[in-house]
Ligand binder design. Structure first.
Ligand code: ATP
Ligand code: ATP
Ligand code: MG
Ligand code: MG
Lengths: 165, 163, 163, 165
C-alpha cells in the first residue's frame, strides 16, 4: 500500500483545489519561504483526524479554513482528501483504492468520509489502526520539531513503542 | 502482551544501535526502559555516543547529531514495524553536506518498503528525488502546486535553475 | 520612567515595521502592549502581515517568515539601543536563497554599529564574511579552531572547497 | 567598543586552549556537525555569568567542563575569557582593553575576574549594565531557538524592551 494522492481545497493557503500525485520512492516538495509547503504537511495531519489546533499551528480549528487575502474573500469550508492504493491486503475494507476525506465548515460542523461515504472519526481511526498512520504515530515529522522524537516525555515515547508492538 | 512489548522493544533497541553506527561510522546508541517496576508503565531513556566521544545525554548533542540520532530511532521503528509512508519537513536543515549524503543513502535503502515525502531547500536532496513538486504563490497568499515531474537527469538541472 | 519606557517602545514599534517592510518588500509588522492597565506591567503581543496576506498571529507564519520577523524585531531593538556585538547560531537554516540575500544585505547595513558573528553552513553567508574561522575535530571529541583569514575573494573559493 | 577575542580551555569540547581573534564587521564560524561551533556560543553565554545549566544544554553546571574522550582524560576546570577593545568610552572602568574571565572547578568553586583581578559575578553584571550584553539580552541567538524572540511569554519580551529603555 502507498499514498497515491493528496487533494486540498479551502485548507489554509490552498484557496483553489490543488493536488499532489505521488509514486513509491522519494518525492521532494520545494518552493520559497511562506509559499505553503508545510501547509501540505498540516493537511495530511488534519485529514487523519487531528483534534488539537495547536498541532496545526493555529489557535482554534477554524484557523485551517482559508481566511482570505487582499484579492480574495475568505471561504466557508476546508476539505482535504488522501487516497491510498494497493490497500486490499492492508486495510480491513478489502478495496484496492481507499480515499479518506475530512471537511470543516465555519459553523463548526465537521464531516468525515471513507470512499465518499459519510462516517465517524472513530471509523477512520479504526481503518488505519496498526498501520503506523494516525494522529499519534511518527509518520509525519514537522519542521523544526525533530527534537520531539528524542526528547518527548517518557510516556510519549512509550506510546510509539507500544504502537509498534 | 508483556512478552510482545518487550520483544518489540528489544528489536527496536538493537536496530537503533545498528542504524546509528551506520550513520555515524561507529559509536553507539542506547535506548533503555527506566527502572520503575512494571515494564508496560515505565518511561524510556535515550543516550548516544558519537564515535570517539563519551556516552552523553541527548541534550549535549549538537543540532546535526540530534537530527541523525532521531532519524536512526525513527528508521529503527520503521524496520520493526514498517509504515507505508513518511513525511519529513526540512529534516535536512541542520545537516552538513556529508551528513546529508549519508542521510539520503540510508533513505534509499528504506525506499522499497516506505514511501518518503520530503520538504526541502537543499539541492542534494532535490537531486535524488524521483518526483519533484513545486509550491508557488504567484498571487500572494494563494498556494498553487506545480509538478516538475522530470526524469531524474533533467530534474537535476531544473532544480539548480530553480535554486 | 514611564515616559522613557513608552518613548522607547514606540520607537522600536515603528522601526520594527520599517525593517519588516524592507525585508518582505511590503506588508506590516505590529507590536502592541496588551491592555492590562499599568504600562510598566503589561505584556507585549506581536503579529505580522506578509505582503498580500492577512494580518496573522505569529504561530501561523511559516518557518522562514518567522525567522525574518524575528530578525526585524531584533534589529529594530539594536537600532534604538545599539549592542556592540550579536552572535547568531545558524539563523539562516530555514531561509531560501533569496531571503538569505535579503538577510545578509540588511546585516551589511548594521555592520558599522554592531559586530556580527554567524555560525553557518550556507555558502552565501560564508562568501560575504570578512573573516572566517573553521572548527575541526581531527581527534574525535577534541575541538580545534583554525583561522581561514583569507581576503574576501580567496575566501569565496576556499569556502566552496571546504563545502 | 567591539569583541576582540574569545579564549576557551577545558570548556566543553575545547580540551586545549583555543582562541578566536575577531574584527569589526562580519565573522563566519564554519565546520562539520558536532565539531564544536555551538560550544563557542555556549562559552560566550557562560562567561557573562549564566547560572542556568539548561541554557547551556547541560543538566548541571559541571557539564561544561571537558569530560574526556576515548583518548583523553577529563580535566578539572573550565575557563573562558572574553576581551573587548575601545571600551574607554563605554564601560565604567575607563580602560581601552577589558577582559572578563570565568572559571569553574569540579569541586564546584567558581571564579570571576576582570582584567585578571578576582571579582564577584555582581561586578561583571554591573560592568556591562545597559550595554545590551549580559544573560538576559538578545545579543546571542541559539541554534533552532529563533522562535523564542517572537514567542516568549509576554513578560520575557517586556524585559527586553525595558533593557532597551
Ligand atoms: N487559514 C489560512 N488562510 C490563508 N492563509 C493561511 C492560513 N493559514 C496559514 N496561512 C498562510 O500560510 C503561510 C505559511 O505557509 P507554510 O508554513 O506552509 O510555508 P512554507 O512553504 O512551509 O515556508 P518555509 O519554507 O518558510 O517553511 C503563512 O504565510 C500563512 O499566512
Ligand atoms: N563537557 C563536555 N566535554 C566534552 N565534550 C562535550 C562536552 N559538552 C559537549 N561536548 C560535545 O560537544 C559536541 C557538540 O558540539 P556543538 O553543539 O558545538 O556542535 P556544532 O558544531 O554546533 O554542530 P552542528 O553543526 O550539528 O550544530 C557534542 O558532540 C558533545 O559530545
Ligand atoms: Mg515550512
Ligand atoms: Mg550547532
Amino acid at each position: 500500500m502507498y499514498l497515491k494522492r493528496i487533494e486540498m481545497v479551502g485548507f489554509k493557503s490552498f484557496a483553489e483545489k490543488m493536488g499532489v500525485e505521488l509514486e513509491r520512492g522519494l518525492t521532494a516538495i520545494v518552493g520559497p519561504n511562506g509559499c505553503g509547503k508545510s501547509n501540505v504537511a498540516d493537511a495530511l495531519r488534519w485529514v487523519f483526524g487531528e483534534q488539537n489546533p495547536r498541532l496545526l499551528r493555529g489557535a482554534q480549528m477554524e484557523d485551517v479554513i482559508f481566511n482570505g487575502t487582499d484579492q480574495r474573500k475568505a471561504v466557508g469550508r476546508a476539505e482535504v482528501s488522501a487516497t491510498f492504493v494497493e490497500a486490499e491486503g492492508v486495510l480491513p475494507l478489502g478495496y484496492h483504492e481507499v480515499t479518506i476525506t475530512r471537511r470543516l465548515f465555519r459553523s463548526g460542523e465537521s464531516q468525515y468520509l471513507i470512499n465518499q461515504n459519510p462516517c465517524l472519526l472513530r471509523d477512520v481511526r479504526e481503518l488505519f489502526m496498526g498501520t503506523g498512520i494516525g494522529t499519534n504515530a511518527y509518520f509525519l515529522l514537522e519542521q523544526g520539531k525533530i527534537d520531539l522524537v528524542l526528547s518527548a516525555k517518557p510516556e510519549d515515547r512509550r506510546a510509539v513503542f507500544e504502537e509498534a508492538a | 502482551i508483556r512478552e510482545l512489548f518487550v520483544g518489540t522493544f528489544e528489536k527496536i533497541r538493537d536496530t537503533f544501535n545498528e542504524i546509528y553506527r551506520r550513520l555515524f561510522g561507529g559509536g553507539r546508541a542506547v535506548v533503555e526502559l527506566l527502572e520503575d517496576g512494571d515494564v508496560l508503565e515505565c518511561g524510556i531513556n535515550i543516550s548516544a555516543q558519537p564515535p570517539g566521544k563519551k556516552l552523553q545525554a541527548i541534550s549535549l548533542l549538537s543540532g546535526g547529531e540530534k537530527t541523525l540520532t532521531a532519524v536512526s530511532l525513527l528508521l529503527a521503528i520503521f524496520k520493526v514495524r514498517p509504515s507505508p509512508f513518511c513525511f519529513m519537513d526540512e529534516m535536512d536543515a541542520a545537516l552538513d553536506e556529508s551528513n546529508i549524503m549519508r542521510f539520503l543513502s540510508l533513505l534509499d535503502e528504506f525506499k522499497s518498503q516506505t514511501q518518503f515525502i520530503l520538504i526541502t531547500h537543499n539541492k542534494r536532496t532535490i537531486s535524488v528525488a524521483d518526483v519533484i513538486y513545486g509550491v508557488t504563490m504567484e498571487d500572494s497568499g494563494i498556494s498553487k502546486i506545480v509538478s516538475i515531474r522530470l526524469p531524474k537527469e533533467e530534474a537535476k538541472s531544473e532544480a539548480v535553475v530553480a535554486g
